[in-house]
Design a protein around this ligand. Structure first.
Ligand SMILES: [Zn+2]
Length: 505
């Protein structure tokens, strides 16, 4: 946007008549660009947005059903732990905006800091006639104080809070137009309605990255983060500000979803898993898709839609547990750890039939694991699958014999093996592929602990923010880069309306 409200209000007949042809051409071009941008924004919806992956949840059906859309506008606390008392809830309502500047610090804020630095913001040029402006005639018209972080490094340990006074100037031009520098604003993912990206913030980008780390990586509740900042860094932040900052960080990295999905689709081998996750009384599932170079989370229902939409176009190997949502995918692998656990349970049963079937399954798996490990070290002279065809045929016969067993768990394992036979024994054909889904289960364990501490999320916005941030953090970590440095830059850029930098590679 070239002309802000302050400039637009000054434009009138008399001013336009006063401009020379060159200045008039310049103004027309700026107005034209602004008009086109405004029209585009008016016409933009999920149907024609240039960013379909972020404007429509990937598990949404084409018919337009919205599984948890009704509270999408809300932005209540994301990972609020049990020790965050309801009294905090009044602070957490981002709808409550006292000043004219959204999210403006300063009103009713108890702390005033001694600034380490002053940053001045001048308008780049006259918004009316386009001429260069002399900052000597500038007048400060507004400003705010931001607290940011000076990072520790091995040579210079210790965190330092760094306070910056931001001053915004108004400059009068010879043409009579007065132009104001303004705090930057960023466009927000339509699914995160209510969250705002703005430079006008008490919490600077580096400190914002620390808050995200404390919440998601170190699993602190909003109340504990508040306590830490106060008692260790001498900074008093409201629960609402902490909460708003984490949501803003989620909005900053939202455009990365497209890149994450593409990296998932590009994987030769993908691990997928899911675990239950409550969202204010609804039962959702925390899904993870993880390959060597990417981790992508979603909080969604447990239906097939998510898998079908996220993996649309995926041609690699997919390692999963036995959940039916994955069944339609042809190049699938099954985690043996689950099956072996079930077989061991049967082998220890008091039921004679269960015991015998359990031992049969266990011994077959043990022999095959041995063969797979050997084959990985030196390729066998005979194809492994052909070599073990008689063993597999015996197991299959046993499964068929027990699929109608009176013993429920015996019957269940027999049926499960038969139903998923090809996926389960694919690894015997391709011994370099993994035997277990540990890669996905390990990263979900972190989520499980967070769920137990936080009791889940409260709103669709909170759930989406959590999934986006967790995806970016884990992907950066597995690529060997600091997620916090990336996040700091992402927040800084996006608050200024600039595009999100690609994820580090
Ligand atoms: Zn001018």
């Amino acid at each position: 946007m070239h002309l802000n409200d302050h400039s637009l209000r000054q434009l009138d007949d008399a001013y336009i008549q006063s401009l020379d042809p060159e200045a008039l051409r310049g103004l027309s071009l700026r107005l034209l660009a602004d008009l086109k941008e405004a029209r585009d924004r008016l016409n933009q919806g999920p149907e024609n947005s240039s960013r379909p992956p972020s404007s429509r949840v990937p598990w949404e059906r084409a018919s337009g059903g919205q599984p948890w859309g009704e509270d999408i506008k809300d932005s209540e606390p994301t990972v609020e732990s049990a020790d965050a008392k309801p009294a905090d809830a009044k602070d957490a309502k981002p709808k409550r905006k006292p000043g004219k500047q959204p999210g403006a610090p300063g009103i009713g804020r108890p702390q005033v800091f001694h600034a380490h630095e002053e940053q001045v913001h001048y308008p780049p040029g006259c918004a009316g006639c386009g001429h260069r402006l002399e900052n000597t005639a500038a007048v400060a018209y507004t400003g705010f104080q931001a607290v940011d972080l000076h990072w520790a490094d091995p040579a210079n340990p210790g965190l330092t809070l760094w306070v910056v006074d931001h001053r915004f100037y108004e400059v009068a031009c010879a043409c009579g137009h007065r132009t104001r520098a303004e705090a930057g604003h960023g466009a927000v993912d339509p699914l995160l309605a209510g969250v705002e990206l703005s430079e006008w913030r008490l919490v600077g980008p580096g400190l914002a990255a620390l808050l995200v780390a404390l919440a998601l990586r170190f699993r602190l509740s909003r109340a504990r983060i508040q306590e830490f900042l106060d008692e260790w860094l001498g900074l008093k932040l409201s629960i609402g500000t902490i909460h708003q900052t984490i949501h803003e960080a989620g909005a900053a990295v939202a455009p990365a979803e497209e890149e994450l999905v593409l990296a998932v689709l590009d994987s030769a081998l993908l691990h997928a898993d899911e675990t239950s996750w409550p969202e204010q009384g609804h039962l959702l599932w925390l899904w993870v898709f993880r390959s060597l170079t990417v981790t992508l989370y979603y909080l969604a229902g447990r239906g097939k839609e998510l898998v079908a939409n996220v993996l649309d176009g995926f041609t690699g190997w997919l390692m999963t547990d036995g959940w039916m949502a994955y069944r339609d995918y042809p190049r699938r692998l099954r985690c043996w750890a689950h099956l072996i656990r079930k077989a061991r349970g049967l082998a220890q049963s008091y039921d004679r039939e269960a015991r015998s079937f359990g031992h049969r399954v266990l011994s077959t798996f043990e022999a095959l694991i041995e063969a797979v490990y050997t084959a990985r070290e030196s390729p066998p002279p005979v194809d492994l699958f052909i070599h073990h065809a008689p063993t597999l045929a015996l197991l299959r016969a046993a499964c068929e014999q027990h699929q109608d067993s009176d013993h429920a768990k015996t019957r269940a394992l027999g049926v499960e093996l038969l139903n998923d036979w090809d996926a389960i024994f694919q690894v015997v054909r391709h011994p370099q592929l993994p035997l277990t889904n540990n890669e996905a289960e390990r990263v979900l364990r972190h989520g499980v602990i967070l769920r137990k501490l936080s009791l889940g999320t409260r709103t669709a916005t909170g759930s989406r923010v959590f999934a986006l941030l967790a995806s970016v953090i884990d992907t950066c970590r597995q690529r060997g880069f600091s997620p916090w440095r990336y996040l700091e830059r992402a927040i800084a850029d996006r608050r200024l309306g600039q595009p999100l930098a690609p994820l580090p590679r």
